[in-house]
Design a protein around this ligand. Structure first.
Ligand code: HEM
Length: 412
């Protein structure tokens, strides 16, 4: 019997490695080096997961779009085989938000807020976003010693103020939800700490929604309460789940893109000069920065609901898949010289940084306007801004689901 077990053990394929997360040494802006080799040699490979199980890892652009564009792959984190990363944002199983749901539930809920994030609606916010940015830049300009942490001074407050305003969340509470989303998205906290943060965020939002039920206000949560909750379409808990999803998705992501983009342009004076000389380039440059940085480093993730063939590989029902967006966005078969930042790249907008298919980022128009406004303003108002420490001393977020810098000390 012992002999038999030994034989089976030896014949087992080697356990796959976990999802690569470390950038190559000295290249903090690049995705893990392993992705290049995987795209060339084993575009659909296997990785191990924190719970000891395994999932498929898709690294080519075409396969990533095929998976994310195919509703036979589910986003439901409660399904058997869903590849849990150990940090699925605010996603408790009870109230997980439509990002973790499939049609028809996903379609029904997403439709309730789609118009709030449409291009026309968001474009109308541009002057307000510019005003918020200008005010923060005024404070920055007056900072004694001409040094500051750009994350704290600008990158976090702009998206945080904007999403709080849109949702109708008191901005004074931003420290609470920033601390809580930070814990939820960290790779290094314990399960107990994450669960405690989840409960605290749920209780906070529960109280917030209760307060807004009495006095809804002219904002997204207020409209959800008057138009959907009061007509019986959704419950109190579902309004709170909307708030959790939009708060978490709406500020950490854009904040990290602002920090990384500012730093890249400080280190690439030629690109910065091109943008200063021709401000019309900013839209394309933001697409290129989104492609280049691909801040969502651990997914998106799906589980196959039936057997599906992707890139010549059979993925069986119940098997999990991780779509490596940072790898797809550096796929040379789509983006020539993909590891180079080129603010004039003609097809940068084809990136998958916002995902693809029915779950493609709801807030992308808002993220784009925030990035365009903040980056253009920084370039114009602080042409001499540079990192205040050597790049090796900048704390990059290799410990988080969303890549970026924890802090960015700058001087000007
Ligand atoms: C640079 C900033 C951002 C990036 C890179 C980003 C990225 C993404 C990605 C990759 C997805 C797809 C997830 C999946 O397929 O499972 C997604 C979904 C989503 N994003 Fe964003 N996002 C950003 C900003 C925002 C903002 C500002 C909001 C505003 C509220 C937002 C709200 C959402 C929501 C609600 C979903 C779920 C959509 C659905 O499931 O139908 N995101 N985002």
């Amino acid at each position: 019997m012992t002999e038999m077990t030994d034989t089976i053990d030896t014949a087992r394929p080697p356990a796959p490695a976990p999802l690569p997360v470390e950038p190559p040494k000295g290249c903090p802006f690049d995705p893990p080096a392993e992705f290049g080799a995987l795209r060339a040699e084993e575009p659909i490979s296997r990785i191990s997961l924190p719970d000891g199980s395994w999932a498929w890892l898709a690294t080519r652009y075409a396969d990533i779009r095929a998976i994310l564009g195919d509703t036979r792959f589910s986003s439901d984190t409660t399904l058997h085989g869903y590849p849990l990363s150990g940090m699925t944002g605010g996603a408790s199983t009870r109230n997980r938000g439509f990002i973790r749901m499939d049609p028809p539930e996903h379609t029904r809920l997403r439709r309730m807020v789609t118009r709030e994030f449409m291009v026309k609606r968001v474009e109308a916010l541009r002057p307000e976003i510019q005003r918020i940015t200008d005010e923060l830049c005024d404070v920055l300009e007056r900072t004694e010693g001409r040094t500051a942490d750009l994350v704290e001074a600008l990158a976090l407050p702009v998206p945080s103020l904007v999403i709080s305003l849109l949702l109708g969340v008191p901005y004074d509470d931003h420290e609470i939800f920033q601390r809580l989303t930070g814990t939820l998205l960290s790779r290094t906290v314990t399960d107990t700490e994450r669960e405690a943060a989840r409960v605290e965020l749920r209780d906070y939002l529960d109280r917030l929604v209760t307060a807004k039920e009495a006095d809804p206000g002219d904002d997204i949560l207020g409209r959800l309460i008057t138009e959907q909750q009061r007509t019986g379409e959704i419950s109190h808990d579902e309004v709170a789940a909307f708030a959790a999803l939009l708060l978490v998705a709406g500020h950490e992501t854009t904040a990290n893109m602002i920090g990384l983009s500012a730093l890249t342009l400080m280190r690439d004076p030629e690109a910065a000069e091109q943008l200063r000389r021709d401000p019309a380039l900013i839209r394309g440059a933001v697409e290129e920065l989104l492609r280049f940085h691909s801040i969502i480093r651990n997914g998106p993730r799906r589980v196959a609901t039936v057997d599906v063939e992707i890139g010549g590989r059979l993925i069986r029902a119940g098997e999990g898949v991780v779509a490596a967006v940072p790898s797809g966005n550096r796929d040379e078969s789509v983006f020539a010289d993909a590891d180079r930042l080129d603010v004039r790249r003609p097809n940068a907008q084809h990136h998958v940084a916002f995902g693809y298919g029915i779950h493609q980022c709801l807030g992308q128009a808002l993220a784009r306007v925030e990035l365009q406004v903040v980056i253009a303003t920084l370039l114009r108002r602080f042409p001499a801004m540079r990192p205040a420490v050597p790049v090796e001393e900048i704390p990059f977020r290799t410990d988080m689901a969303i890549y970026g810098c924890h802090a960015l000390p700058v001087t000007w």
